[in-house]
Ligand binder design. Sequence first.
Ligand code: BGC
Length: 730
Amino acid sequence: MCCIKDAKFIVPAGDFGDICPVFGKGFSVEKPVRSAVAEISALGVYEAHLNGERLGDFVMAPGWTAHHARQQYQSYDITARLQAENTIEITVGDGWLVHNMNGHCADLPWKKTIRQPVAIAAIHLEFADGTAQTIVTDSTWKVSKTQFLSSKLYDGETCDARLADVRNWEDVAVYDYPADVLIPQQGEIVREIETLDAVQILTTPKGETVIDFGQNMTGYVQFIPQGAPGDVVEFDHAEVLDADGNFYNANYRRAKALVTYICSGKKEPYKPHLTFFGFRYIRLRQWSGELKKEFFKAVVVHSDMKRTGFFECSDAMVNQLYHNVIWGQKSNFLDVPTDCPQRDERLGWTGDANVFSKTAAYNFDVEKFFTKWLADLRADQRPNGAVPDTIPALSYREHSSAFWGDAACVIPWEMYLAYGSRELLDASFESMRMYVESMRHAGSSEFLYDTEDHFSDWLALDGVYDDNTDGTNVRYRKMLATTAFAYSTEILVKAGEALGKDMSEYKALHEGIVRAFNDHYVVDGDLLYKTQTMYTVALKFHLVEDKPLYAKRLADCIRANGNRLNTGFVGTAYLMDALTENGYADVAYTLLLQKEFPSWLFSVRMGATTIWEHWDGMKEDGTMWSDEMNSFNHYAYGAVASWMYGTMCGIRPDEKNPGYQTIRIAPVADDRIEWARASLQTRHGLVRSGWEHKDGHTVYSITVPEDATAEITIGNETKTVGGGEYTFIQ
Ligand code: BGC
């Protein structure tokens, strides 16, 4: 049995500066081998080669976890690759761990700053004669500098191709790190998934050479250098061009996102190895020789999740919006769910993952992806139950931000609904309970989560602001945080009941929160703050009794705002449901089809190929709202796609019979769209639901898989059916 836990973590004994080390070992195989396995991990990111051939295809291995508690290793079957004399080499770049994310965030007290890339490996050989041998990393291994003069998550990679085969072996030192944190690969493998051709080579008004790949994405550019030995290829990355059509990357902030390549003279394709970029364009700062767009390809990299959901309708702009949501997920599900893939951030922001998780589980099968990330969340959760802002955590504070920490409750629940996974719900239950307890003990009473420090309805346009920052005023924040407390407590109760637990204590807590919300934040029969988001969450989280009245107020707010939304990260996720579930489907459709700022289709009209962080990331005249917080690839507002699947086409899981064992199908059509259809590959088979206006009627076509039952609601009629094809005409 191979056991990487018997190996030592090793690091260069000398100071390599920024140069990536390659750790190596030669070994002989003298007898016939029955089976051979290599287990490898790194503090940093690695690529391993056996006898010059790459092991596996994991990009950014070993991935990113709460590494103080959980550090993934990968296993490779090397039986067929062994020779009499073998060399294993493990090249390690900085990745997420070395130098602590370029000093982006404060060091955590329980973590150790890692100053140089570290590797650990074990090779286990079982011979045909029944004997075995294990080779583990230890002080007998050697290390050499490589052609990778630097490789950093934010700044990019520098490669001197002339040094590709040069090895000057030096001593390693054993690095003091606990091997008991090592765990086998748990998440999805991150892979090169597809490639995009360069669409065109532009010369911008400034005279710069820019290559457009036509799609904002995550990965890297593969190119075929044309230069002589010593010539340099250098390019940086951008998501958009500015108002004048010039290359624009000020929104990458401190992330240089730069590729520098010193030619060896060989015209062989090259791509960065140990980092990634978020981009649509590159600017060639240096290039030698002939320039043809055929020399460039964009390689799309993300966690290899299976696509499960598809949506299409008669409106080309809505289809583009849906396309942008899919690319938002592809771009930001790279081992952890990140806020954005390009600037000096790329962190597992919990709030973003929270609001997008339902949509994520329609688009792709994300059970394995979130099972891993939730284990990291639990590992980083504090003893008082608080959940850090990002997972893996880079900083810690005493109380969680509402709607960010709530990822602890919402995501296990969404996974349970989508996949019926009791196991994950069970594994998460204590973390959910502790999170609710952390809110219960933090506020001025056990029923109010009225701590002050919350991201609130992040980037909302109608928040009630103290000043000109993104933060809303303190009382607004407290009110909104209390709605999150109610929501997570409600989920905890449902989760506990699904697991057969007595939840009476938390039911009483939930009732207390609803009462306290009404006592504190309902004044003269209306909400204290009358924003779209407040009405939305009050409805969605069952905080107000007279739903028709509050739904009308929400609809009125939207109409008064010129039929446009105003919501931020929180409100946007629930707005469309709050409207449709309370009789205002027409208003929801108006928002969906709105093309003026602020709206989803505004960004589509401006040429977006992914979801923007800000409603006005780019303004009508092509200028930017700001350089500071302006990602063009932030999936949070893409949460609208769950409404396309779940309401337009009406495919939803059933809480009592999750995982689509029972499917709730209740499509809601609108005259402004001629037809819409969605399909979803569930654990119980393929569901389809669509509608079309024809000859003055609406024709609904529904497919229920053989292995499921469905409750189909069309208009006011509900029918329970088994597997089969159904048509309804209204
Ligand atoms: C990130 C967000 C995140 C936020 C916290 C930002 O810098 O990009 O998406 O949720 O910080 O409010």
